[in-house]
Design a protein around this ligand. Sequence first.
Ligand SMILES: C[S@@+](CC[C@H](N)C(=O)[O-])C[C@H]1O[C@@H](n2cnc3c(N)ncnc32)[C@H](O)[C@@H]1O
Length: 430
Amino acid sequence: MRSIKFSLSRKSTTGWDAAVHLTEVYLSGDRKADQLLDELPIEFIGDRRAACQSLFLGALRHGHRTQAALQGLLRKKARAGVEAILLVSGYELLDADAERHPKIIHHAVERSKQLINRFEQGFLNAVLRKLPDALAGIDAEQAPAAYYSHPAWLVAHWQKEFPESYRELLEWNQEIPATYLKIYDESIQGPAGLEATNWPQFYRITPQISWQVDLHPLLNQGNAYIKDPSTRLAPALLAPQAGESVLDLCAAPGGKAYDMAHAMKGSGLIVAVDLPGNRIARLDANLSTLRSADLQCKIIKSDLLELDAATFEAQDLPLRYDAVMLDAPCSNTGVIQRRTDVKWRLRPKDIAQCAKLQLQLLHSAARFVRAGGRIVYSTCSIEAAENQHVVDAFLKSKSGQAFELEDSARSLPWETGHDGAGAFRLRRNS
Ligand SMILES: C[S@@+](CC[C@H](N)C(=O)[O-])C[C@H]1O[C@@H](n2cnc3c(N)ncnc32)[C@H](O)[C@@H]1O
């Protein structure tokens, strides 16, 4: 398959064409939606980029519903190029009033002439004409997984985990997420078009805002960061103080480090650890905006499970810290509204596998907490298996005996109105 930059380099390429192309690449490979959007050529800007993003993410957000509707219309699975057109069109049909459906179908058939062969065009035409009725025939009560466009196993799992509220969760995940800017320095006047929220320092970014003109000058100076209000929970629990030593584990790209550096009033030590790889460059760029004469920020590129005393000694860094943040990798079930392709990637065994790794990471992280110090274990999962159960298993273990659970915070998106998360503060007594 040709590169995204090459395929979209023609001036005549529309946002719709680009969305179909990204959807095809997504269906054919193992790249995440964010990565594909990041690969759009820089000249692909303005309305074309916005249309591409909205159609591509809409196709994925509602893709399971469109696939369910197509089941009765296709004898065998369509080639990824054809399926991509059907998913983008399915989203457009769901998003529009019935009187616009013929226009949507006509447009898809016309644009597809340059994308698929004549046989496929005839087939597409026939299927698209039946798609609106097939979509309308899916009932929320009888077929919640198809209607709310989630894998059936995940819906069955949440029906057990959240019997009272799984529908609210499914509805939440299907909404288009808000984007928030956190402004740390109260003296900074944000641009017009930022909307205040109930969460201090968080502003909703409205369509009036220009990323290029309004936001870029504000970002990357250490005083503002694009992040969801749920990200405040774990740093607030850890509450690092000025002058303390903080070990930020699983740190990249550095969002939690921003909160912690500001809580520390720019004084102390932050040692950030993440796996070697391309996330380190963004971590480094973010930390470089936080460093000051009084705040040292160091990076260790390492697997936490292999982190040992020698690595710290080699960089002349302490081995034990006042405060440790472990923002563990997780199933991401709390952020599906924002990262809709998580629904496509997640497999039934993933939650248990994440929990197993998280417990290993917590054991490894706990070694670096000084006596009397604290550690916050945090995830952006809403699964008990990845939150409370990991902490319970740790506390029951031999090394967990030295710790006690002091406090915790949880966000279930349908209750809080922002992304889901779990955070637990453990104190080391000895
Ligand atoms: C939830 S993200 C961290 C987000 C970050 N704390 C922030 O606030 O911007 C999880 C991170 O864990 C890192 N990670 C996963 N497994 C790891 C391991 N074994 N050792 C170190 N880092 C790991 C990933 O590379 C990823 O950057």
